[in-house]
Design a binder for this molecule. Structure first.
Ligand SMILES: [Zn+2]
Ligand SMILES: [Zn+2]
Length: 206
């Protein structure tokens, strides 16, 4: 994707900008407003209004696909926070081991790994039983090295049974519901998991 630039007028970052000289703008309107109104006393107000309108417009044109990405990010973050003390769900490597191997890049050591892949059972994308903290090496292994992926998945299943019980694991495996994940639903998912993550951080004092 192309770089983002900040609109000189409304100050909102955008991928979709026009360039005038060395300055970037959302569109021609914002470029002219900037050029003409710069000396105006009311300019700051005008700029703030433009900023609000641009932000609103961006929310409105956000596609379902973008909402899925945002909802998934906040869900995955919640999972990593919830499972902070836990070892990798697949290989069982402890938090201390992984994090000492990776130095201080603590946030970068872990992924939220789905038991049933999102592509296969997309209705389980935001299911908290279906997703657990996984080390990057186990999470990244699937697909690339198929013999490794098979072991990773088997280990995931064994450890998952330990963690949530066989009944719940079988429930996930047998789940074939078709859930409608429209934009409203995705917005709710995003805000619920943002809230739950914040709550946990506060509760546990991270
Ligand atoms: Zn702008
Ligand atoms: Zn692992």
């Amino acid at each position: 994707m192309a770089n983002k630039r900040k609109c000189r007028h409304c100050q909102v970052y955008t991928h979709d900008f026009i360039v005038v000289g060395v300055m970037a703008f959302c569109d021609f309107d914002h470029a002219t407003s900037y050029a003409y109104a710069k000396k105006d006393k009311g300019y700051e107000i005008q700029r703030k209004t433009a900023r609000k309108e641009t932000a609103k417009r961006k929310q409105e044109i956000k596609t379902r696909r973008q909402w899925i990405v945002e909802a998934q990010q906040s869900f995955n973050k919640f999972i990593r926070i919830r499972d902070t003390p836990d070892p990798c769900i697949s290989c069982g490597t402890s938090r201390a081991d992984i994090e000492s191997r990776h130095g201080w890049k603590v946030g970068g050591c872990w992924d939220a790994g789905h038991f049933k892949a999102r592509g296969v059972k997309q209705q389980l994308r935001f299911n908290t039983y279906n997703c657990h903290k996984q080390c990057k090496s186990c999470n990244g292994g699937s697909g690339k090295f198929s013999h490794k992926a098979a072991t990773v998945d088997q280990q995931y299943r064994i450890n998952l049974i330990d963690k949530i019980g066989l009944a719940r694991v079988e429930e996930l495996e047998g789940n074939n519901e078709l859930e409608k994940q429209d934009i409203e639903y995705l917005k709710r998912v995003k805000s619920i998991f943002n809230r739950r993550a914040k709550h946990l951080i506060k509760l546990r004092g991270y």
